[in-house]
Design a protein around this ligand. Structure first.
Ligand SMILES: O=C(O)c1cccc(C(=O)CC[C@H]2O[C@@H](n3cnc4c(=O)[nH]cnc43)[C@H](O)[C@@H]2O)c1
Length: 232
């Protein structure tokens, strides 16, 4: 490990002086959406990490061992919490939280932090996350900055959605890779962002209602803004 956990290295100006950015997606369709948005900007590498935090962490660690990066981004589609993030909108993580990493007790869930085994939260550079969110909005996209949860099981009931929202007040989205990508970046002292495009609501499972095409279009549009916002 090259840095203290929870240390955020300064991130500006990220893409100047030869700085490179690593973007991790879970599947090929997300990678292709990101690449379309980036329009062959050679300062970015986009890698498919696989689904779930373990595969994401292992893939990110391998990529970070192979080249120097100034920033790591976990990017993809995600579920949006009701009242927070609507279908086709974008969420930039203000914090990356492993929402089901802990222990169940008769009195409720205890997080890794409460158990005293480290932290289930990886901080982000909130100034950078805010700048990226503003850039998306300036481009006419619907975007918010809020906590993004990493789960190992996609939420499929209203009760589970409510339980997760109570563990992480203000939770905006849930995906399955952010905490894995962020942990690998944190171990090397490299700043991390998570950018999610909302394909479905977090709640009762209805796969037919997933709007993957709209989410991938939003992910592409968001990616097209990254070269400029990370240069300024
Ligand atoms: O079927 C397709 O065409 C397709 C295209 C792009 C992506 C997918 C996925 O299924 C990606 C899986 C990926 O998506 C994240 N995700 C999306 N919604 C949720 C959710 O409600 N809860 C948790 N994760 C979600 C997750 O990061 C998966 O790895 C399919």
């Amino acid at each position: 490990m090259n840095a203290e956990p929870n240390t955020i290295r300064t991130t500006a100006p990220l893409l100047q002086q030869g700085g490179r950015v690593l973007i991790m997606t879970s599947v090929q369709a997300e990678k292709e959406a990101v690449l379309r948005g980036l329009r062959e900007d050679g300062r970015f590498d986009v890698v498919v990490a696989g689904v779930g935090p373990a595969s994401a962490a292992a893939s990110t660690a391998a990529a970070l061992a192979a080249a120097d990066y100034r920033l790591v981004i976990s990017a993809g589609i995600a579920g949006g919490f009701q009242g927070q993030a609507g279908l086709g909108s974008l969420v930039v993580a203000s914090e990356i939280i492993a929402a089901d990493l802990g222990a169940e007790t008769p009195d409720g869930f205890l997080s890794l932090d409460e158990l005293g085994f480290g932290s289930a939260r990886v901080p982000v550079d909130t100034a950078l996350a805010g700048r990226v969110t503003e850039a998306f909005r300036s481009a006419g996209l619907t975007a918010l900055c809020g906590p993004v949860l990493t789960v190992t099981t996609v939420t499929g009931t209203a009760d589970r959605a409510a339980e997760l929202a109570s563990r992480a007040p203000g939770a905006a989205a849930e995906g399955m890779e952010g905490f894995g990508v962020a942990t690998a970046a944190q171990h090397r002292g490299i700043p991390v962002l998570e950018i999610r495009a909302i394909s479905n609501p977090v709640g009762p499972r209805d796969r037919d209602a997933w709007r993957i095409g709209d989410a991938l279009a939003a992910l592409e549009a968001a990616s097209s803004q990254l070269p400029e916002v990370l240069t300024s």
